[in-house]
Write a protein that binds this ligand. Structure first.
Ligand code: MN
Length: 319
């Protein structure tokens, strides 16, 4: 596997990397981390995104030249890395890049990744794509600079819930320690990622929590955000992504669910679990995917209908 990837990197003149829609720290971090290493190695590299970068990750954009992908831009690309992307459809409109680029390497850690690349390195046991990318960089002996190390540390921190989730293995902490030894400013990363909340989000949080419902004897928490609520606080659908962790952390809650109404009228569903009940299979039954304890789906139904369907699915789960 490593040798195959090595051969493709050596052969390629133009390399691009791409993140998934609604990018998180792991998605942007892995693209920037591997991208920086390839740039340091003298390759011509493009860092594609297909969505706006959430405010809390803007600090990554300061040192990494992200470019918004547009149809056709992949035609000149010899080698494309798709990172942290559990399904090709997570690329949204930029899925066309898969046909445009000559060779596609898919590196990921999501369950049931369908191996849509020419080369696929999927490790569902590892904490984050960033940890996997660091392993790749070390094995290929690629040079990692400060910006790249910062990006990888960001992805490891965010995908492990600051080293709190059970995907945090001894080797995850070793990887993080190696990055800190390279001079990564962890305080800056925490401040930007967790301590730079938008005041409008905090105010909306107050409103949303008033309508929080607990179902199944308090084992499931439900919250919904309509477009109207988001707009009245001047926020978009990417906002309030910590709400789901907040409601998961209520005593007795095993699964937290947050519904967000999309501009199109459909619904984005987020799932978190802190028990043995897996949410990845639940997400898959709604056409989505993810990890055992953190997953999501996007559906065409509105908030009310989605909620009804979810309650039916949960009745089976808790039966
Ligand atoms: Mn990830």
């Amino acid at each position: 596997m490593i040798n195959k990837i090595k051969g493709e990197i050596e052969r390629a003149n133009k390399i691009a990397l791409i993140s998934h829609k609604s990018p998180d720290g792991d998605s942007l971090g892995s693209v920037a981390g591997l991208g920086q290493a390839l740039m340091e190695a003298g390759k011509e590299v493009t860092l594609f995104t297909n969505d706006s970068i959430p405010g809390k990750y803007e600090f990554l954009a300061e040192n990494n030249p992200f470019v918004q992908y547009k149809k056709g831009m992949g035609k000149e690309i010899d080698l494309l890395f798709v990172l942290d992307c559990g399904q090709a459809s997570r690329l949204d409109y930029s899925e066309t890049v898969l046909q445009e680029a000559k060779i596609v390497i898919n590196i990921d850690h999501h369950m049931k990744n369908p191996n849509f690349g020419h080369i696929n390195w999927v490790d569902t046991e590892i904490s984050s794509t960033c940890e996997l990318v660091l392993e790749l960089i070390n094995k290929l002996k690629l040079p990692l600079n400060h910006a790249g190390a910062t990006a990888l540390y960001t992805g490891i921190v965010t995908d492990t819930g600051s080293f709190m989730y059970d995907n945090t293995a001894p080797k995850t902490l070793r990887a993080a320690a190696n990055l800190l030894e390279m001079g990564v400013d962890k305080d800056l990363i925490y401040r930007e990622t967790y301590q730079s909340r938008n005041i409008q989000e905090v105010k909306l949080l107050g409103d949303v929590l008033k309508d929080l419902t607990l179902l199944f004897d308090g084992r499931v928490s439900f919250t919904s955000l309509s477009q109207e609520m988001l707009k009245s606080y001047d926020l978009d659908i990417q906002a309030m992504d910590e709400l789901i962790d907040f409601t998961r952390d209520i005593a007795g809650v095993e699964i937290s669910i947050v519904l967000k109404e999309m501009e199109s009228g459909g619904t984005k569903i987020g799932f978190r679990s802190k028990s043995d009940r897996r949410v990845d299979s639940l997400a898959r039954s709604f056409g989505g995917g993810g990890h055992e304890k953190a997953a999501g789906a996007t559906v065409k139904t509105d908030l009310t209908e989605t909620r009804e369907q979810l309650i039916k699915a949960l009745e089976e789960l808790f039966h």
